[in-house]
Ligand binder design. Structure first.
Ligand code: HEM
Ligand code: NAG
Ligand code: NAG
Length: 564
């Protein structure tokens, strides 16, 4: 009798949960069917955080089972789209829906429809409820919608300007020069990902806060004993985003939590104190009528003060908390994205000596004898089209972040091809970046190859003069309404750090390939071509989704850097 009761007490809630899950799935299926789009039913919602943390470990078990589970093992994990590329859209069409017990997720690989979604910014909004956690230092550009977002966007847009990009330019070249020095001092390099992280952090502290550091390689960095500075606290925060955003900074200081989390808590305090001191300092110098520098933090304080004094309405500026929130989100959104892209880009270009020569030709034509570290950003950056092509081509195939939109509370009609489909309220929309970026319809037969030259069109006649050829080259642009390339998003919510990251990437290439070349370390019995093919295959296999897309085992990328 009691045993039966215990059994019921255990089984009833589980049974209830299963019934409820099936019920939710049916409701979503019924809604999704009304769209007339192909449906793929999945048992677990893609946004389920518990599932997200175990999916790639659990699924191999299901793959070994002899029967069924095909769609589950193919689609129901984070990062499936990298492996799948455009295959699912080839099978099912430009749009299909993942029906899950949580939400319905529309996957869409149609450039016109995606442009339409970006353009209708009031209808297809960012599901900010998923981003609540990024508010730890204050509300910000990334986590607001509607009028609040407009206020944030207006102020923050003034910070991402050419003056700031100029800081990015000089700092990136200087850091890359330091990185090359470190790399050439070693017989082989296996710290590409660590080193690009250091580089990206240093560029961010220079352009974000006006704090300049010299580059230090992975080994030197590990042995250095720094006091807890802004840079270290930021590094600790960014390396531990997940517990931080999961728990909130104030819950990290409990005596029963592990020591490392208390350290994380101290880092948040140091970081906030640092922001406060810069904030106070800058407010004072605004009041004293002093001219400011162009880093993001000081520009933000000034732009906000200007907005308030401009129309005498303190509602149009940002509060102190909001300024901290934005500075945090710039770091959060800008650091790993750029660092991972650089790591992919450097590994990829190591497999292509021809591409290294191709950009080196441009770099040398543009710089001549000028010292890149002190060169003019405004004059020279726009001429480095081949270098920019390497950046675009890298984020085309290895896109660091996905975009998520939602229909919000209303049904939304959307034209896909020549049909209009009505999307139910609360449908999640994922522009299928991995398919859009590789579909042969947009990129031709070599769409899966890493080929930077696809971004350059040349009207060069028969000239063999390098300067003539370079001058005649144009950077390829898609038209706005038919643009399948969405690595930096598009429309009103386009990435504000787009140019920042492009300038950084190009600056690093300049620092690396003006005088140097890189190639993979040869294993016993390999020639150069085999080593390059092995590295290319390794990058392809090793690209995986953590918080962002990254190389999962970057230490397997072994390179040699030599003067040319
Ligand atoms: C390779 C580098 C980068 C890539 C590929 C990238 C990509 C993106 C994408 C796709 C979005 C839109 C996300 C969505 O709609 O859900 C976005 C938003 C954003 N990015 Fe970037 N980003 C990069 C670098 C940066 C940098 C360097 C910064 C800052 C310094 C930055 C700051 C932001 C911010 C603040 C947002 C939110 C904008 C808003 O909601 O209005 N990003 N980025
Ligand atoms: C499984 O996926 C295929 C497409 O690969 C689709 O046609 C089929 O309807 C899906 N099955 C279920 C039950 O969702
Ligand atoms: C605007 O001023 C009011 C009262 O003076 C104050 O309570 C509020 O916090 C201010 N808002 C901002 C954005 O500074």
């Amino acid at each position: 009798m009691t045993i039966q009761l215990v059994q019921v007490a255990f089984i009833a809630p589980i049974l209830g949960w299963v019934v409820y899950t099936i019920y939710c799935l049916l409701v979503n299926y019924y809604e999704a069917r009304k769209t007339g789009l192909p449906l793929v039913i999945l048992p677990i919602d893609s946004g389920n955080p518990l599932w997200m943390s175990i999916d790639t470990r659990v699924l191999p078990f299901f793959r070994r089972l002899p029967f069924g589970f095909k769609n589950f093992t193919r689609f129901n994990w984070r990062g499936w789209e990298i492996e799948d590329r455009y295959r699912a859209h080839q099978e099912l069409g430009d749009a299909f829906i993942f029906v899950t017990p949580g939400k319905n997720w529309l996957q869409i690989c149609n450039a016109e429809a995606v442009a339409d979604i970006f353009a209708r910014k009031g209808e297809f909004t960012r599901p900010t409820e998923m981003l609540e956690m990024l508010n730890i230092f204050g509300p910000n550009l990334g986590t607001t919608e509607g009028q609040q977002w407009q206020r944030h966007r207006k102020i923050t847009a003034t910070c991402f300007n050419e003056n700031n990009n100029e800081i990015v330019w000089h700092e990136s070249i200087r850091q890359a020069t330091g990185m090359v020095r470190y790399w050439t001092s070693k017989s082989s390099i296996n710290s590409v990902a660590d080193d690009t992280r250091t580089l990206s952090l240093h560029v961010m502290s220079g352009a974000g806060f006006g704090k300049s550091y010299d580059f230090r390689g992975a080994e030197d960095e590990a042995t250095a004993q720094d006091s807890a500075s802004y840079k270290d606290s930021l590094k600790i925060i960014l390396d531990n985003c997940i517990p931080l955003v999961a728990l909130g900074p104030n819950n990290l200081n409990k005596w029963w939590l592990p020591q490392s989390w208390k350290e994380l808590y101290r880092a948040t305090v140091t970081f906030r104190n640092y922001m406060t001191s810069v904030y106070e300092e800058e407010k004072k110098s605004v009041a004293d009528g002093k001219k400011g520098s162009n880093n993001l933090m000081t520009s933000l304080v000034r732009a906000s003060a200007d907005a308030i004094s401009g129309d005498g309405n303190n509602q149009s500026g940002l509060t102190e908390q909001e300024i901290y929130g934005n500075i945090f989100v710039f770091n959060f959104a800008g650091h790993d994205t750029t660092a991972n892209t650089l790591a992919f880009g450097i590994a990829l270009i190591a497999t292509r000596p021809d591409v290294q020569n191709w950009i080196s030709e441009e770099i040398n034509a543009v710089f001549g004898d000028k010292d890149p570290v002190t060169s003019s950003y405004v004059e020279l950056f726009p001429r480095l089209k081949r270098c920019l092509a390497v950046a675009y081509e890298t984020v085309r195939l290895y896109t660091p972040v996905a975009i998520v939109k939602s229909t919000g509370p209303e049904p939304r009609p959307l034209q896909i091809g020549d049909k209009i489909h009505v999307l139910p309220p609360d449908t999640m929309i994922i522009p299928s970046y991995s398919a859009l970026h590789t579909h042969p319809r947009y990129w031709g037969d070599n769409s899966l190859d890493w080929e930077p030259s696809r971004w350059i069109t040349s009207s060069a006649s028969s000239s063999t003069n390098v300067d003539d050829i370079l001058a005649s080259e144009l950077f390829f642009e898609f038209s706005k309404s038919q643009n399948p390339f969405i690595a930096w998003s598009g429309g009103a919510r386009v990435c504000p750090g787009r140019k920042f990251s492009q300038v950084e990437f190009v600056g690093v290439l300049v620092g690396l390939f003006r005088r140097h070349r890189i190639h993979p370390v040869r294993l016993a019995g390999e020639d150069d071509a085999t080593a390059r093919a092995r590295l290319r295959a390794l990058i392809h296999k090793d690209a995986g989704m953590k918080l962002l897309l990254q190389l999962l085992h970057p230490e397997h990328v072994n390179l040699v850097c030599e003067e040319h």
